[in-house]
Design a protein around this ligand. Structure first.
Ligand SMILES: NC(=O)c1ccc[n+]([C@@H]2O[C@H](COP(=O)([O-])OP(=O)(O)OC[C@H]3O[C@@H](n4cnc5c(N)ncnc54)[C@H](OP(=O)(O)O)[C@@H]3O)[C@@H](O)[C@H]2O)c1
Length: 436
């Protein structure tokens, strides 16, 4: 009989609590897959009274003491945030312990440093649960698609944002109203900033791009735009033009390097991704050999996320039992910054764009708009002009591909026209052909 692999869990909130329940509730099957039993030997929680003690786990309040406990082989960090998570993870790795974390902010923003500590000390830092919850997208990118040159990936990787857009489209309701409802239902945090501003999605995109393209984690280079400026009319007009609007994270290999961006995006209604609704997540990956693959499922929640946390624990237990002296998987399949392709600056990325321009219903307005666009060498692919709203009419148009910087200059000029009555809405079109 194998000795149990000894696990310590820091933080018993949604994910930590779910992981403990899953480890206990499916212990037999998990032990079979892990090649022997796993034992939760220590727990760090600020609410020890909330833990159903099973006799096996020592319970305390200090996660750093857990990271320093020589008996613990695998530290599970499910506290979130940077403090104390960063210090706890760094300490555990420096001691050669393996770490499993669900913390995308920590991996995306401090991962380069933490993977270096892990590599130096022969430890594994596993993070499957940090991206798209229960969907095993990290494994798919790193192992399943390892033979491919990844061309691009695109994902709906924030469930709260996708729920809000789905409800806005279905009911024609404004952003603020649907957000309040999502908060009441518990889908959105009391402070929904990270979700609706796109930061959470940018963390996840940064992590996927690092693996897919073999680059360091470059959160600072990921362009991020949220969904709060979208109107229900945008979703309706997009539908008329043959598109749906999704908050997408896109990473793409191009001539100048690697593009990384998170923003509301028009995607063809013919794309499967356009039909991913509610709190679900989905990621499409295009590899040169395999073609296009789609991964869809629950992107959050206690059980779904625990599924990914425990899968990482099982991987590590197998690795320990196989007697591997070094981590079996390279941290990110990365390479030094100097050898990696550069990040493409957002200003030079070309997109077709949807523009919604609220104008006074006057003769000659369309001609003025066309002149401004022409002066920036922007050509129009389609136009729809809508009914009057109290003297103001939205002109909705779709442009051909234009570099971001040029489009920004054109929007600034249009915005200054006396006929333009309110903020111009701009939504980029996905850079992939439908069916690709
Ligand atoms: N929720 C999801 O669906 C989901 C999905 C994917 C990834 N994640 C990631 O998983 C991590 C945890 O998220 P969560 O939703 O489980 O959060 P949560 O419910 O707020 O739980 C976090 C727990 O961490 C512990 N904790 C927080 N600050 C601490 C401190 N200073 N010292 C000691 N313990 C501390 C607390 O545990 P005690 O109450 O036991 O003290 C708290 O309950 C985050 O990085 C999040 O981004 C979450």
């Amino acid at each position: 009989m194998h000795e149990p692999v000894k696990i310590g869990i820091c933080g018993l909130g949604t994910v930590g609590g779910g992981s403990l329940r899953l480890l206990r509730g499916n212990a037999g099957e998990i032990a079979r897959r892990a090649g022997g039993p796993l034992q939760v030997a220590r727990i760090a929680t600020r609410r020890p009274e909330s833990v159903a003690v099973d006799g096996a786990a020592a319970i305390g309040g200090d996660p750093m003491a857990l990271a320093r406990d020589d008996a613990i082989q695998v530290v599970v960090e499910t506290m979130g945030g940077f403090d104390p998570a960063h210090a706890v993870v760094a300490e555990a790795l420096a001691r050669g312990k393996h770490v499993v974390t669900a913390n995308k902010a920590l991996i995306a923003e401090r991962g380069n440093e933490l993977f270096a500590i892990a590599a130096k000390n022969g430890a594994t830092l596993a993070f499957e649960s940090s991206v798209a919850g229960g969907i095993p997208i990290i494994k798919a990118l790193r192992e399943g698609l390892a033979a491919n040159r990844i061309e691009w990936l695109a994902g709906i990787i924030n469930g709260t944002g996708n729920y809000i857009l789905t409800e806005m489209a279905a009911g024609g309701r404004p952003f603020a109203e649907v957000l309040a409802e999502a908060q009441a239902l518990g889908y959105a945090e009391a402070d929904p900033g990270f979700d609706v501003d796109g930061v959470d999605a940018a963390h996840k995109l940064t992590i996927m791009a690092a693996i897919a393209f073999g680059i360091p984690l470059r959160f600072a280079d990921t362009f991020t735009e949220g969904i709060s400026a979208l109107t229900p009319e945008d979703l309706t007009y997009a539908e008329e033009l043959g598109y749906r609007i999704k908050h997408l994270g896109i990473a793409r290999r191009s001539a100048g390097g690697i593009e990384m961006r998170v923003h509301p995006t028009l995607i063809s209604k013919r794309w499967l991704l356009s039909r991913v609704s509610g709190v679900d997540n989905a990621v499409v990956v295009k590899g040169h050999a395999v073609g296009t693959t789609l991964y869809q499922g629950p992107g959050a929640g206690a059980d779904a996320t625990a599924s990914a946390v425990v899968a990482d624990i099982i991987d590590i237990a197998r690795q320990l039992r196989a007697g591997a002296s070094r981590p079996l998987s390279a941290p990110l399949n990365g390479r030094p910054e100097a050898e990696a392709p550069p990040a493409v600056p957002m200003d030079s990325i070309e997109s077709e764009c949807y523009l919604r321009i609220p104008v006074l219903d006057r003769m000659g307005v369309m001609a003025k708009i066309t002149r401004v666009l022409e002066s920036h060498a922007i050509s129009i692919e389609a136009v729809i002009q809508k009914e009057v709203h109290g003297g103001s009419v939205p002109i909705v148009l779709l442009t051909h591909g234009v570099a971001e910087g040029r489009m920004n200059a054109a929007i600034a000029e249009l915005q200054s026209l006396a006929d333009v009555q309110g903020r111009i809405g701009r939504i980029r079109v996905a850079p992939f052909p439908a069916g690709d």
